[in-house]
Design a protein around this ligand. Structure first.
Ligand code: G4P
Length: 580
């Protein structure tokens, strides 16, 4: 140790001497040369110190990150809650009334023209902001069920989820479906019961419904004092405090600090009758629901429940404060080859979304990369595993909805936008050299199919490009019928056809029309027996297609036909998702 100290001091004074001797004008360049000299002289000290520092920073950065998605059935209040969270993070500065049309029109999570026209969130946007010591990344998801695939893919990039439920409507269809995806991946879930300022269902009934419909145990961490017109506030079970609510005001009117549920200040604040009811309710909750266990939440077994009103910014801060404390920081990611830990030194990440032409003024395309491990650095060389090419990104971006800014570095949990000119596909991996293929970004067999036809022969190139980019983005799936060469688009819902037509016209200047085709399912087929596969393809040549990767797909026009094919050709394997 002593030796190192002395050596450092000698180097320090020697450096000073050299600087004095040298011309002060060129000081900076000379300092650089000296630094290089020092690194060469004591490479071990320098490298070790540098490496330890980098690892410590990486670990700290991972620990402070919270990457999550807010999901709900349309109209439950997802957009409103997102905006309120952004307000607390100082990421937007429009206080209060999201309800006003002016603000709604410029809603930070709305990107696309079509979204404004239809009033539904089509695109998945990413919003990052700092809250206290935490870095929060919210991945917004399209509310409409026709864009379910987009949401499923987004859920592969998050570490936890907040589900918004309308107190009057309870659990709705879309919420149920999305919960299934969360359950498949054991994603930790927090539930926010919204619109307590409106008349709704009894909170205990809501809790029962959440458990039975979402098939997850629940644990209330806040509790409302009345609802609707008589709504007085939320008792914060997690923090043991009381927030009062005054109708017509857009803020929490008063925070009553209490020592426990029997504190007489509660009686003063809400009146004896409501205070007694609150105490009875809390007693019942403590009797019925086991105490909150963080591990059960993190393993996806228990969902903490919060109550509030997003529109009135009520119960939102309580949710956010608890969320940052209990929600997981970025975890491991499974690749085909091995499991990747976020704290690994080397960078790796995967593309979960591609968005073409986000900015109508520039015909740009952005690939969204979730950083899985190590530090992503601007201008570093990374391997694009599918093409086996090295790539360098001079202008990677971080997102604040429509505002993007160039980032120099990003850590696990962060989402980075990479300008793309058609190199990327959903599911692609970037690494520092290792061949990794991340799992869990499958395409499912679509539910609706239509032939797409060009209506403007002068624009066939534009149409080709538009279709290709939209498919790479994952908007829908393309199959080419091998019998007649016609293009078939497969979607989850009718709305996607309208979006494709709209975007082709507005972003690519190409016009198309849809023609009906009666199909039941698209199945990816394979066989170990090449002859059996050939014979199947010959027999079913009218129903054979290839997907955009060139894989064989059997287009079954009815369940009966599919079952017959399965029994007649036992050597053929039929898959209903592209990942097999
Ligand atoms: P979404 O993204 O889940 O589809 O829902 P969004 O936030 O757009 O909210 C849907 C509607 O519910 C909006 O009203 C919104 O103002 C309202 N809302 C959200 N949170 C609350 C709440 O806590 N209390 C009450 N009373 N209403 C709430 P809208 O009439 O559809 O839109 P707008 O015209 O008011 O903007």
């Amino acid at each position: 140790m002593q030796f190192i100290k002395i050596r450092r001091q000698i180097i320090f004074y020697a450096t000073k001497l050299i600087i004095i001797i040298c011309n002060p004008v060129a000081k900076i360049q000379k300092l650089r040369i000296i630094e290089i000299f020092l690194v060469t002289l004591c490479p071990k000290i320098h490298c070790k110190h540098h490496k330890n520092l980098a690892l410590a920073t990486l670990n700290d950065e991972i620990k402070r990150r919270r990457t999550f998605a807010i999901i709900s059935h349309p109209d439950a209040g997802k957009t409103t809650l997102t905006e309120k969270l952004l307000l607390f993070g100082g990421a937007i500065h429009i206080a209060g009334a999201v309800k006003s049309n002016k603000i709604k029109k410029t809603a930070t999570s709305d990107w696309m023209e079509i979204e404004k026209q239809r009033g539904i969130s089509v695109a998945t946007s990413v919003m990052g902001f700092n809250y206290g010591d935490y870095k929060i990344n919210i991945l917004d998801t399209p509310g409409h069920q026709d864009f379910a695939e987009d949401t499923y893919r987004t859920l592969t990039a998050v570490d936890s989820v907040i589900i918004v439920v309308d107190v009057a409507k309870g659990v709705e269809q879309q919420t149920r479906k999305l919960m299934e995806v969360c359950r498949m991946r054991n994603t930790p879930v927090i539930i926010f019961v919204n619109k307590l300022d409106r008349e709704g269902r009894d909170p205990f009934d809501i809790l029962d419904e959440l458990e039975s419909e979402l098939k997850i145990s629940v644990r209330p961490l806040s509790w409302p004092i009345n609802i609707g017109a008589k709504f007085k506030g939320v008792y914060n079970i997690f923090e043991n405090s009381l927030d009062l609510f005054t109708p017509n005001k857009q803020t929490v009117s008063e925070r009553v600090e209490i020592t426990d549920i029997n504190d007489p200040r509660i009686d003063e604040a809400v009146g004896e009758v409501d205070a007694k009811k609150l105490r009875d309710d809390i007693e019942l909750i403590d009797g019925v629901y086991p105490a909150f266990n963080e591990e059960d939440y993190l393993s996806g077994k228990v969902a903490p429940v919060f109550f509030g009103s997003a529109l009135n910014t009520f119960g939102v801060k309580e949710l956010l404060d608890c969320f940052v404390k209990i929600a997981p920081s970025p975890g491991e990611t499974k690749a085909e080859e091995r499991t990747i830990k976020p704290e690994e030194e080397k960078f790796s990440g995967f593309i979960f979304k591609i968005h073409a032409n986000m900015d109508p003024n520039h015909r740009s395309c952005i690939a969204f990369v979730k950083v899985c491990s190590g530090k992503f650095e601007r201008n570093a060389n990374y391997k694009h595993v599918r093409s086996n090419k090295m790539m360098r990104f001079a202008a990677p971006t971080a997102f604040m909805a429509q505002k993007k800014s160039i980032v120099d570095e990003a850590y696990p949990g962060d989402i980075v936008g990479l300008p793309d000119t058609g190199n990327f596909k959903i599911g692609d991996t970037l690494t520092e050299g290792e061949d990794l293929h991340f799992k869990g970004l499958p395409s499912f067999s679509p539910e609706m199919f239509k032939y797409i036809e060009n209506t403007d022969p002068m624009k066939s190139k534009q149409l080709e490009k538009g279709i290709q980019q939209l498919m790479d983005e994952g908007v829908a799936q393309l199959f080419i019928n091998q019998f007649n060469g016609r293009k078939i688009i497969g979607t989850v819902g009718q709305l996607q056809f309208e979006v494709i037509q709209y975007r082709l016209l507005h972003e690519y200047g190409a016009q198309c029309r849809w023609e009906p085709i009666s199909l039941y399912k698209a199945c990816w087929i394979e066989s170990d027996d090449a002859e059996a596969l050939d014979s199947f393809k010959r027999r079913k040549h009218q129903f054979m297609a290839v997907d955009k990767e060139g894989r064989d797909v059997f287009l079954a026009d009815s369940n009966y036909v599919l079952q017959m094919a399965q029994s007649d050709f036992p050597k053929i394997k039929f898959h209903f998702s592209s990942e097999f």
